[in-house]
Ligand binder design. Structure first.
Ligand code: ADP
Length: 259
């Protein structure tokens, strides 16, 4: 049966969010926030109204990659998202708290409550594609977020060091329970391309995304290299300016699948 016992949280009145894509991973540090950011950049570059709801409170990656240092402001109408230089609307716990280290110690129900408020109290306006940087793992917190928000599809991020089948299986269980399709599987830090000879080196060994995708019937896969230049752009808060075609095919797949 379905694990959805409650209705979705109500979206902020006056806002209209057409499509919601969740980015999940088995654990932290595999590049989930980076994939979320790159997906938003791809959609923004296509002139679509794009948003990121940062539900991963364990790190300030999203606001940092977009160079956001302002705090979010609110009034009696709700909370205003902060906008990146290219126009992506962003809401993150780190834009609300004085002390960005605070939420790391929060308990699950507090986190999921806060994420629900990001949906209900944030004045998103009109959004074509919203990307949710989910809390890592497939435990209670991501599950509650899935129950609370009308998510259309999931992208799963892994690294070559992980047991990708196990992560995919867990994500698929969650996806079946929530009746939300897994759209694609993305292997991050898949290889390093030598800037001089352009040879691809599989630093962490050969990944198994394609095998896992075939085994579980996932139609789309993508690989992202370890890219020090990309990391530098993120560190400088300039991810929107990075000239790249990373995840272009994933964006196109999402555009034709979730519409
Ligand atoms: P997660 O959201 O899964 O915890 P992040 O997206 O925050 O992980 O990535 C962790 C760190 O690794 C960040 O500093 C990020 O910039 C860096 N990183 C992730 N993927 C890559 C990559 N493909 N190339 C270079 N740096 C990366």
């Amino acid at each position: 049966g379905s694990a959805r016992q409650q209705p979705f949280a109500a979206l902020h009145a006056g806002s209209h969010v057409k499509h919601v894509i969740a980015i999940v991973s088995g654990k932290g540090g595999v590049g989930k926030s980076l994939v979320t950011s790159l997906m938003a950049v791809q959609m923004q570059r296509r002139g679509l109204k794009t948003a990121i709801l940062d539900a991963d409170i364990t790190g300030p990656s999203i606001p940092k990659a977009f160079g956001i240092t302002d705090h979010a402001k609110g009034d009696e109408n709700g909370i205003y998202p902060v906008t990146g230089t290219a126009g992506t609307k962003i809401m993150s716990m780190n834009l609300l708290l004085e002390d960005a280290a605070a939420p790391v110690v929060w308990r699950g129900p507090v986190i999921s409550g806060a994420v629900k408020q990001f949906w209900t109290d944030v004045i998103w306006g009109d959004i074509d594609y919203m990307f949710i940087d989910m809390p890592p793992g497939t435990g209670d917190v991501p599950l509650t977020v899935f129950q609370s928000l009308p998510i259309n599809g999931i992208l799963v991020v892994t690294s070559p060091q992980e047991l990708v089948s196990m992560i995919v299986e867990k994500a698929l269980n969650m996806s079946t329970m929530m009746k939300v399709p897994v759209l694609g599987l993305i292997e991050n830090m898949s290889y390093f391309e030598c800037p001089d000879c352009h040879t691809r080196h599989e630093i962490f060994g050969t990944g198994h995304v394609q095998d896992a995708a075939d085994k579980y019937g996932i139609a789309h896969t993508a690989k992202l290299p370890i890219d020090p230049q990309l990391a530098a752009y993120c560190d400088q808060g300039k991810i929107e300016d990075y000239p790249t075609s990373y995840l272009q095919e994933t964006a196109e797949y999402v555009l034709k699948t979730v519409k």
